[in-house]
Design a protein around this ligand. Structure first.
Ligand code: ZN
Length: 215
């Protein structure tokens, strides 16, 4: 298990670096980020800062066990099937209004530069929230995190698990990660560009780590 944890931790660190670098390369960052936090950390620094405490290891193992249990339960009830269908419709809508070759980061960038595209994305999120109001998609609180989820196609940004399809979100095993921690960056607390889907295992490794700072 400990070897698994090490591998997982390194994987999360690499993903964080990739995201940070992408943000930098493509100028995806909102103005507030660009001016205040220009330096992004190196892979080594990330790896160093990404070690797990015994508490984190315990959390990780617990979450992994919970996931296995939830898979066994395999609840494919009518309502969850409808939620998945509504989700797929929303994803198709995002595909329709985006360029076919777009990756999540391209979409983020376009959201920053094209107000009408941004509005369209928000409309999709609002529609999804309203299909069974107040229902499953209201768990996200408001449209901002849902936009983040839709742009990432509901996949954990660190380990690529499909959190909708695999029932993570339904079973309370996933949440919205603030890439730049909301504690340090309260003004980005509700910024959809800073809100990413993450499984609890990855989020628990990442915790309050700030990828824009050195370790
Ligand atoms: Zn994950």
């Amino acid at each position: 298990m400990s070897e698994d944890i090490t591998r997982k931790t390194e994987y999360v660190a690499r993903k964080l670096l990739k995201i940070s670098t992408k943000w930098k390369e493509q100028n995806v960052t909102p103005e507030s980020l660009k001016s205040k936090y220009p330096q992004l950390t190196t892979a080594i620094e990330l790896l160093n800062s990404c070690f797990m405490t015994p508490y984190e290891q315990k959390m990780y193992i617990e979450r992994a066990r919970a996931y296995v249990a939830s898979q066994k339960a395999a609840d494919a009830g009518e309502q969850s099937a409808k939620n998945t269908a509504d989700w797929k419709t929303a994803l198709e809508e995002i595909e329709r209004i985006s360029q076919p070759t777009d990756q999540p980061f391209d979409r983020w960038q376009r959201m920053l530069t094209d107000p009408s595209y941004r509005q369209q994305i928000y409309d999709v999120a609002d529609n999804l929230r309203n299909v069974n109001r107040p229902g499953f998609w209201w768990r996200f609180g408001n449209s901002e995190p849902l936009v983040g989820w839709l742009l990432q196609r509901g996949k954990c940004v660190y380990c690529d698990t499909d959190l909708i399809e695999a029932g993570y979100i339904r079973n309370g095993l996933a949440g919205t990660d603030h890439l730049l921690p909301k504690k340090t960056y309260p003004h980005l607390k509700r910024c959809s560009l800073n809100m990413l889907p993450a499984c609890n295992a990855c989020n628990c490794i990442k915790r309050h780590m700030d990828p824009s700072k050195s370790a």
